[in-house]
Design a protein around this ligand. Sequence first.
Ligand SMILES: Nc1nc2c(c(=O)[nH]1)N[C@H]1C(S)=C(S)[C@@H](COP(=O)(O)O)O[C@H]1N2
Ligand SMILES: [Mo]
Length: 390
Amino acid sequence: MDRLRMSEAMSRRGFLGAAAALPFVGALPAAADQGGSASSVPGLIVRQKSPDNLEGAFPSLDGTITPTERFFVRSHFAVPQLDARTWRLRVEGAVKQPLELSLDDLEKLAAKTLPATLECAGNGRVFLTPRPSGLLWELGAVGSAEWTGLPLASVLDKAGVADGAVEVVLEGADVGTVADPASPGPIHYARSLPLEKARKPEVLLATQMNGKPLTPAHGYPVRAVVPGWYGMASVKWLMRLLVVDKPFQGFYQTLDYSVWKRENGLPVLVPLTEMEVKSQVARPSLGEVVPAGKPYRVFGAAWSGESEVTKVEVSTDGGKSWSEATLLGKSIPFTWRLWEHSWKVPEKGGAYTVMARATDRSGRVQPMQRDSDRRTYMISHVLPIEVEVR
Ligand SMILES: Nc1nc2c(c(=O)[nH]1)N[C@H]1C(S)=C(S)[C@@H](COP(=O)(O)O)O[C@H]1N2
Ligand SMILES: [Mo]
């Protein structure tokens, strides 16, 4: 962001007062223009109306678990109105015994509860230049909830996966037509998982979020939760599990939610899977005025797909020098870790850039530069949080 837009952002921010949780509101009109008034859903920022796409206010991060009312919503089509009494999950394709399960049938299988972070693969898209098409999320298309449900593996076992099967397609009850790129008529939202991931004990068919039945927006009555993977894998409003013997080539698998991978020198599109290592600064927020000459608690969260965050470093000088932040609490599998760092804010006022950079147990470090092979997804490079010290 250039200086002019920055100062515009800051003065508008002051003017907006209570809307200050919307850090970019003045600087990035395209994001604000995407629909709706930002105040129509308390606790969430409206990025799009009908279908509702709502962003959490990342600067108000205050604990490991994101309350459901503040958890982002990413839906491609209108929320399907499903009646739990008549709802059925069909399990078919390459299985020994096709099944049709009611909610009661599912609830008879042993459930478990686990926390997991879901990040939309487009989270942070507003930081990309040139500004891409698609929902212009800031930092709030990510959240962590406690999910209750039965392992997908127990349903697959009940049906008996046939030899030679490789994936299971998870199909949602939501349906619509996509204009760009044009879909082949109306389609359901659907994504596949390799059986290897589908059988992992953490992959759930969830009926509850944060101890309550799923809300309609988050997938009532049953959704998948695929910990460690980008949000697109956690299919909401499940209606069918289709076991297949070759990789699924659906719309949201190949056109959407895919990135370029170099294979033998040739770029090929591959479906998105595991989340990258990433940290985000919650406070200060973009454009925040930080008091000069006093200590300031820089605070945020860091996560890493199927691995574990081992280090977060913070820079307050635009990446010239780094100091290690303190990781708070304890490490929980598949769940972000909060961190803090005490910044001795200089006496000298002016523009400062705060950054955070995470490292995980497998040795992955957040890159400083954006990789354009990732199209408009997997925005995990170090993001600059520009603030004013005054
Ligand atoms: N059926 C269905 N499942 C879906 C989607 C959808 O549009 N339809 N969106 C996916 C995407 S892209 C994300 S990031 C997550 C978001 O889950 P949430 O809305 O509960 O936050 O749901 C995923 N599951
Ligand atoms: Mo997403």
